[in-house]
Design a protein around this ligand. Structure first.
Ligand code: 13P
Length: 229
């Protein structure tokens, strides 16, 4: 299973260090064979060698240049970062990233051989319109994306389930992942209010290869407990 923690705008450089130390110790002691990723804020990225893979939440698709407020390839390669999140709904909706921009980022990081966690997900209105509408919405989020890319990991995160405490149901996840399986061979993660109370149910679903966790990943002990349920 893949367990990925998206810190969003939580944790600092020093608290991320402490977090990784705790998590690393737990994972080593348990000698788990899960693949574990942490996406801290950009200020907390650093060269890190351990059982956890560090990834960037966002990188501008450029080596370097005049992109005020952004970081490019140079800034992450300094730390050996080769994993990136692309297409998160918060970037699509709050930061105005269009499908065209998302696809441009994808192509750039694919050309750089990055491991790409590609996020897709529908708003509530679409979910309420039924499974067909959801699938069409998700299909459109693959526009311009090479779904055969070997270092692709897809994260299905319904927008209405993110940060709301209301996860998608087992049947919604199972149906959606089955449809996604027709579109790509990539590992399929579920994200959206994944927590200790529902992790066992979610990871038991056929077609779920792992989870992308926000709030419930912020405490390393809690995140670790999710892996050993
Ligand atoms: P929550 O787990 O806080 O709902 O966030 C999910 C998410 O957006 C992970 O990328």
């Amino acid at each position: 299973m893949i367990f990925a923690a998206n810190f969003k705008t939580h944790h600092t450089r020093s608290s991320t260090r402490a977090y990784l130390q705790t998590l690393q110790t737990r994972l080593q002691d348990a000698s788990t064979d899960h693949r574990v990723y942490v996406f801290p804020p950009a200020t907390a990225l650093e060269r890190y060698e351990g059982v956890v893979t560090l990834g960037a939440q966002n990188i501008y698709p450029v080596v370097r240049g005049a992109y005020t407020g952004e970081i490019g390839l140079d800034q992450v390669e300094e730390f050996g970062i080769k994993t990136v999140l692309i297409g998160h709904s918060e970037r699509r909706s709050l930061l105005g990233e269009t499908q065209k921009k998302v696809a441009e980022k994808f192509a750039f990081f694919q050309s750089q051989g990055f491991e790409i966690f590609y996020c897709i997900g529908e708003p509530l209105l679409v979910r309420e319109s039924g499974d067909r509408a959801v699938i069409e919405h998700l299909r459109a989020q693959f526009e311009g994306i090479d779904t055969d890319y070997t270092r692709l990991i897809v994260a299905y995160e319904p927008i209405w389930a993110i940060g709301t405490g209301r996860s998608a149901t087992v049947s919604e996840i199972a149906t959606t992942h089955a449809a996604l399986r027709e579109m790509t061979d990539a590992p399929l993660l579920y994200g959206g209010s994944v927590k200790q109370e529902n992790i066992a149910q979610i990871t038991a679903i056929d077609g779920v290869d792992g989870v992308l966790v926000g709030s419930a990943s912020l405490d390393p002990e809690g995140f670790y407990r999710m892996m050993c349920c």
